[in-house]
Design a protein. Structure first.
Lengths: 258, 357
């Protein structure tokens, strides 16, 4: 087993009844590497991610995370193991402020002998929040603002900052900028660059070719439930990737996928 | 790195930027209502220039009408204790309709273990059990009553959290069950003549003392403990709470247990204050408790509201009731006017929330 590999899937397969949504996906992610997953709607991108994060249970195959074969019963399990997912629908509590959301479910506390009534250490959480936001380059005018008063970009940034705060071993983002404006997208992309600098591995699902070419090291293309290409960014370009997505080209080693 | 921030300033934690607490609005409304009644007292021809707020008798030691204030607080204190629990339930986006009948059932059960053996030298005419249940230390009926409340809350919470019964339905069912228990416990007969210790719990201004104490405790709990934070998180976004590792179901059971235990305590205080327990006690209490929370600015969608808000909401309700009596408004009009006020409070609050967003 290569220690350099943080995530590996072998023959990962998911069938919904007769529908073969994902078929024999062999995938590797090295530490510190940023990989984009591209493909048409229904190509199996989200299905692939859902098998890894335990949202669904796979039909067949193996997931090896951090050197060990894993079998997550649910997304919470995956999160405990160190896989943070930023979902398309943001998992934030609208009525709480930034530190509350960052630390939700893993609050810093005092007087732990009080059990469920143990006290919140607001001061420490506030300071850690400021540190985390600084680390990721997120700019939020006032962290005491509740999420409901924030723009879509700020919300996305809070969600991403959360993954960075807890030194997750792997971050997965499912179309993090799909609903954002130009400026907000730039802000999210900056955070992704910061994660790269810090050597945090990332799987990015995106339809935005410019963004993918800008940010990641490698592009994996899915088509009709199978991986059809594994492209290093330097050896490809937008047109090439589109050819793989649409089915005009298939890499020889994945020929049986077509 | 390019500065792509689209807000002003960078990373800040600025205390001065905190928005004013929404409870301030309710406090202002409370003052406005008091002023309106004060003016009505001066203006209405049949009132003879009475004052709602101030002492009209020439006593030098006081300027305020303490007697009225005391009555107002005393009137709302017992329902207010229920409202403290209902507030927590509504913050999780739930509802508890069972609290009124639970007050009656707890009153009956607790009182039956709080009776004295002899009344004026004669055997207690309302005795429910034999002499083994007579003249027990006050802790016995209190613990039995609170345990019964916690048990009912446990059932409510379990049905809602684990069997996914909508809170409205689960607690509506419990509403009927508890009223049934209250009637069945003594076959419909009132239970009376408590021990001195038990009678003390609700004597004089004691209901107010309990209400204020519990309000302070739960305000602190909701604001400064993990329990409070998770309660808000669940009401705000249940999926997010679950994804964050909060045991949502267990937490909901705990919230319903606390709410029902508070309602049970209200039942103990009420039966002690009335020195008797009757199966029909606590009628509409659950609705008034919800009304207090609603006037206090809670959102039935969950995630928003506070204990302070509910306390102020209770005061508003108390002042309105007292004020209507003061201007000699007939009881039937009082109910209609109170209904109208509850609805307008929600309309105002929704308008305010929209204009803020």
């Amino acid at each position: 087993m290569n220690d350099d590999i943080i995530l590996k899937t072998v023959d990962l397969t998911k069938h919904y009844g007769g529908v073969h949504a994902l078929e024999g996906a062999n995938f590797e992610l090295r530490r510190g590497e940023h990989v984009a997953i591209m493909g048409d709607n229904g190509a199996g991108k989200s299905t692939f991610v859902r098998q890894i994060t335990g949202v669904e249970q796979r039909t067949r195959g193996e997931v090896i995370f951090d050197g060990k074969p894993v079998h997550f019963d649910g997304p919470l399990d995956a999160r405990r193991a160190g896989i943070e997912t930023v979902f398309q629908t943001l998992a934030l509590a609208d009525h709480l402020d930034v530190p509350d959301n960052l630390f939700l479910g893993r609050e810093k506390t005092k007087w732990d002998w009080l059990g469920p009534f143990r006290l919140l250490n607001y001061k420490a959480m506030r300071q850690d929040t400021l540190d985390a936001l600084e680390k990721t380059g997120v700019k939020i005018p006032n962290i005491r603002n509740t999420i409901q008063n924030m723009s879509g970009g700020q919300r996305q940034c809070v969600a991403i900052a959360r993954t960075a705060t807890f030194h997750s071993k792997l971050t997965i983002m499912d179309e993090p900028t799909a609903a954002l404006g130009v400026q907000e997208t730039a802000q999210v992309e900056n955070i992704i660059r910061t994660l790269k600098e810090q050597g945090e591995p990332l799987i990015l699902i995106s339809h935005n070719m410019r963004q993918v070419m800008d940010l990641v090291d490698r592009i994996v293309v899915f088509r009709r439930g199978r991986i059809c290409a594994n492209l290093r960014k330097e050896e490809t370009d937008g047109q090439d990737v589109v050819a793989y997505i649409t089915g005009a080209k298939t890499q020889p080693e994945y020929a049986d996928a077509a | 790195m390019a500065d792509t921030s689209h807000g002003i300033g960078g990373l800040t934690y600025d205390k001065s930027k905190r928005s004013l607490p929404s409870e301030l609005n309710i406090f202002l409304a409370l003052i406005i209502i008091v002023v309106i009644f004060e003016i009505l007292g001066q203006v209405l021809p049949y009132m003879n220039n009475q004052s709602f707020l101030f002492d009209t008798r020439d006593r030098f030691d006081s300027i305020f009408n303490e007697a009225r204030l005391q009555i107002i607080i005393l009137q709302v204190a017992i329902i207010g204790i229920i409202a403290l629990g209902v507030t927590q339930v509504i913050i999780t986006a739930g509802i508890d309709l069972s609290s009124g009948p639970l007050v009656a059932a707890t009153a009956m059960i607790a009182m039956s273990f709080a009776q004295t053996e002899l009344v004026n030298g004669f055997p207690n005419p309302k005795a429910l059990f034999g002499s083994w249940a007579m003249d027990l230390p006050v802790i016995v009926p209190v613990v039995i009553g609170l345990s019964f409340g916690a048990f009912i809350g446990f059932i409510n919470g379990t049905f809602i959290a684990y069997f996914r019964i909508p809170p409205f339905i689960a607690t509506l069912g419990m509403f009927l069950v508890c009223r049934g228990i209250a009637l069945w416990w003594s076959g419909g007969n009132p239970i009376s003549f408590p021990t001195e210790g038990y009678a003390w719990i609700g004597s004089g201004m004691m209901p107010v003392v309990w209400f204020v104490l519990l309000a302070i405790v739960f305000q602190l709990i909701m604001k400064y403990t993990v329990y409070g934070k998770h309660t808000y998180a669940i009401g705000s976004n249940e999926d997010a709470a679950r994804m964050s590792g909060i045991n949502v179901r267990r937490h909901k059971v705990m919230v319903y247990m606390i709410a029902s235990t508070l309602a049970a305590f209200a039942g103990i205080v009420l039966s002690s204050k009335a020195v008797t327990a009757q199966a029909g006690m606590g009628e509409f209490y659950e609705l008034f408790a919800i009304a207090m929370a609603v006037i206090g600015g809670i959102s039935l969608q969950g995630g928003r509201g506070s204990i302070i808000g509910t306390v102020l909401g209770a005061m508003v309700l108390g002042v309105i009731r007292s004020g209507f009596t003061y201007i000699k408004l007939d009881g039937s009009y009082q109910l209609m006017a109170m209904g109208a006020i509850i609805i307008s409070a929600v309309i105002l609050d929704q308008y305010r929330q929209r204009s803020k967003a």
